[in-house]
Each structure stands twice: as C-alpha cells, then as structure tokens.
Design a binder for this molecule. Sequence first.
Ligand code: EPU
Length: 417
Amino acid sequence: MEKLMIAGGRPLRGTVQISGAKNSAIALLPAAILAETEVILDNLPQLSDVAVYTHILEELGAKVEWSDNQIKIDPSDIKSIPMPNGPVKKLRASYYMMGALLGRFGEAVIGLPGGCNFEPRPIDQHIKGFEALGATVTNEHGAIHLHAKRLRGARIYLDVSSVGATINIMLAAARAEGATVIENAAKEPEIIDVATLLNAMGASIKGAGTETIRIEGVKEMHGCRHSIIPDRIQAGTYMIAAAATRGDVLIDNVIPKHLEALTAKLIEMGVQVEELDESIRVIGADSYGHVDVKALVYPGFPTDLQSPMTSLLTQCKGVSVLSDFVYSNRFKHVPELARMGAKIRVEGRSAVIEGGPLNAAKVSASDLRAGAALVIAGLTVPEGVTEVTGVEYIDRGYDHLVTNLRSLGADVWRQTE
Ligand code: EPU
C-alpha cells in the first residue's frame, strides 16, 4: 500500500504547469468511438483513469498509441462488445461508453459505473435521454443493456443539469436521425470541449456552454486532431494550496475565466490573485478573513473544489460556512480533517468551519478530492509528518502531484508499506 507523506509548513513557491482536464479526457476518449478514422488528442493528462479508459477502448478493438501527452485512437475496427464487468467497473465515466456505443452501433452492454463513491450518483437522466432518442434500456444484473434499431432526434429536458447526462446525450445524438435539443443542459467548460471535438469530427452541435444545446444528427463522422482544455480543478487545487501555505505560485496553462468563482472567493478572504492571459498568480497573506462558499453548477463555485476549499477555510479567522448544492453529502474529508485538529461540523448540506491550526496525523482519502483536501491540510502543518492513505484515488485526477509539489518546495514523498 502506498502512502503520501507530507512534512508541511513550507510556503509553496514557483511555477506549476497544469495538464489537460481529466473530466474532458474521459469523455473525449469514448467520443472517438463515433469516428470512422483516427482521432488524435493532445494535452492528454497522465492519469490512472485515462489508462483504464485506454484499456477499455483496446478491448473493444481500437488501435491505441499513447506517448506522453498525446494519444492516437484508430477506431476503425471497434465493435460493440458487451462489457458487463471488468475495467468499466473501475471508473465512473465508463457511462460515456453507453452514449458512444449506442450512437455508433445502436447497442451496448455496460456494467454500472464505479469511481469515486462519495454518495449515490444516479444516472436516471442519462437513461431518460437515451430512451427519448428511441433506445430500449434495461438493467440486467447490474449491467445496462441499450438497444435501438434507429436513433431519432428528440427534445430532452434534464431535471438536473447533469454534466454526464448532457455529454452522454450529445454522444448518442451526434449520429441520430434529425434534430435533438437538450434543455437545462449543463454548462461546464468540459461540455464545450466535447462539443468542439465532436464538431471537428463532423457533428453539428450548437449552443454547448449554454442551457440549450441543439444537435443536428449526421450520417458519418471522421477523425481529427484536438487539444484538451486545461484542468480547471487541478489548477484550482494548486491555487488553494498556494493560499493555504501562504506561498507565491504561478499556475500556468489555465483558462483564468474557468476559475473566476474561486478567484473571487480567494480575493474576498484576502489572498492576492493576478489573472494573466494563460496563467494565474496566487500570493498568500499572513491572515485571512472567513468567507461563505456555495458550490453550484458552472459558473458557480465547483463542487470538485469544495473539499480542498474546506482545508483552506480552516486557515481563516472566524467561522466559514461551505455548502454544496450539487452533492448533498460530499463531506467524507471532514472526519479526516477532524483527526488533524480541524473544528468542523456538518449540518445538512453545509460544513461549518471554525478556523484554527491543524496538526499532523494519519488520515485516509476516500475519494479524489477528499485526498486533495488532506494533502493541502498536511502542507499547512509545520511540525510532524502527515500520512495520507488512499493514494490510488488521488492518482485518478492529479497528474504528477508529488513532482509538482516538490518543485514548488514542498517536502512530500510517496512511501510504500
Ligand atoms: N444526477 C442525477 N441524475 C443523473 C445524473 C446526475 O440526479 O442522471 C445528480 C447527481 O447525483 C448530482 C448532480 O446531478 O447531485 C450533478 O451530477 P453530474 O451528473 O453533473 O455529475 P457527473 O457527470 O456524474 C461530473 C464529474 C464530477 C463532478 C460533477 C459535477 C466526470 C466523470 N465527473 O460528474 O467530477 O463532480 O460532474 O461537476 O466528469 C471529480 O472530478 O472529482 C468528480 C467527481
């Protein structure tokens, strides 16, 4: 078992390069299934979730060449092989195989997705979308069976503006007959990234990034080359870590607009933030005022930064309230932070955080962002070594985390037991 060891108390200083976005990459990889010829993705992050997805594509018959930050996917020999078990169970985003295989072959069998299980994460809106397009969807022993003689465009109103459902319906509808309209669509930047790739592959998608997306189905789609957008959550995590350690970090290869909600909150609490063209500089201060944070759908404060932000709020004077309106119970990091001396109580959808120093402890990451929160907390502790287990979760979403933190001056290392 691997652990992350953190001897904190050192301000982070220097420059960190942000990789391509995980939550884009794991939708763009299955999107390649819809093409008849080779798709090349640049700025691919090196993450365990990407490796699992690559493996799934190979099992379906794709030829995949992955070197450093580029992947070439030749989908010409792909078949819709049933995948009730195996690697699809390892990650949440395997649900995109449903939309992609349904869109290309009219059928798919995919085991219900795994991934970070911080709370039940239903896929009813995905299924509602597939059914509206004319597919029959059944759940047989934990695997979703999808079948459609032909997919026909439809008007679909999402009850919740779900990122996954929006992308999955775009995938299935891209090659359907006629027009599909998704209302109350999610507006996250990753959705625009997927629509950009699909359009470069020959699809006709308008309105991605707004709440109404129109898809005119096309008969065929072809390969293309596409560069993945920077990972705004990874960038936000380093911004928070820079503030928490009272450091001075230039976060490079980002789209500052994607981070506006976080930037505004950091400034409100007393952090100095400078937005440049493709980078953001975060300069910490000796003391911070308390703030209230509400995690919402984009362009609100991202739920994926809620856990890391909890750690930063322990460093503020007074009481801060952090509420999550996307997930009702994403607070598994709270008892672990309490082991480190944090004074936090959870009330319904909110964590009430009383600022104060933390101490080193042995803690466990139960999901990706909870892991990031514990690492940030450890970085603030000047004495002792914080040990974080559950590193496999952190590896799902943070490309070269230890190398990056060390290059910023942190005393962090991996230890195998
Ligand atoms: N929801 C439903 N029914 C559905 C789909 C979603 O009720 O059919 C609910 C969820 O339970 C949740 C809300 O809608 O309360 C939003 O969920 P969404 O579908 O938007 O989330 P997702 O697509 O499953 C993606 C990211 C998450 C990120 C959320 C929200 C991927 C693979 N995952 O999940 O990322 O938290 O959007 O932005 O893209 C992470 O990176 O750590 C992570 C969990």
